[in-house]
Design a protein around this ligand. Sequence first.
Ligand code: G1P
Length: 290
Amino acid sequence: MKIRKAVIPAAGLGTRFLPVTKAVPKELLPIIDRPLLHYVIAEAVEAGVEEVIIVTSPGKESIGDYFRSYPELEQRLADNSDEGNLALVKEASDLARVSFVTQHQALGLGHAVLMAKDAVGDEPFVVVLPDDIIAHSPGAISQMVQVSDRLNAGVIAVEQLPWEVIHNYGVVDGVPESERVHKIRGLVEKPSREEAPSNLSIVGRYILPPQIFQILENTRPGAIGEIQLTDALVEMITAQELYAYRFQGRRFDGGTPMGLLKASLAFGLERADTREDARALLRELQGQED
Ligand code: G1P
């Protein structure tokens, strides 16, 4: 069944990005000239998503501004025949239909996803975490949709990470199904090195059936006292198949200053309109190293 809806949790406090997140929601921090949110929505739209449900929290209303239209600015740009900027102003609102639901209490990722239950309804959907920026064409969600269609089941993105860092992630226990695919037989959220069943860590892309909502309604707080999506998936696999897909592409952790810096450099070196300047800057900075 076609994946028409994406749920984007954007209700977190952004503590790893303080102090800037006192004033700017983490999801609006830019890579060059577009916010993190923009990249993940574009990735979802490329995969066929038509409707985006953003889960925000009180105080993060400015996220909505990014998707508003600005008639006065648009009129002025039109009067000046500034087609380039006019297209940029309209770009976000033209991407997809965007709606918002509010998570009033920070009870965890699973709880944030549950807030989108009514907006999603009775159809499969994709959860996209805007911290995880994945550079690849076709995008990771498009790749996952193909796997989900083939296996007629839910699919979550994973990547192999060094054992030293996997306690920061959800981790899957899987049996190989095909080259990039494992059938999942267990999952653990933020395991210790000893508890981790593998070093296949969950990345923020999940194609899920709507039954996950009933499970989330009954999921109790788990790791770090929060209602975890990973724990709901553990329950789900007792009744339905779920697969882990090692996506093609490079993931950046846009949720940390160093990850965002890396993404900015990588995108700057990749984009046709910034590539030359970015290379020259790197050469210049390297020349200055002592
Ligand atoms: C969340 C998930 C975790 C996953 C990670 C990917 O953790 O709970 O399973 O590995 O996203 O970014 P968080 O980053 O919110 O701690």
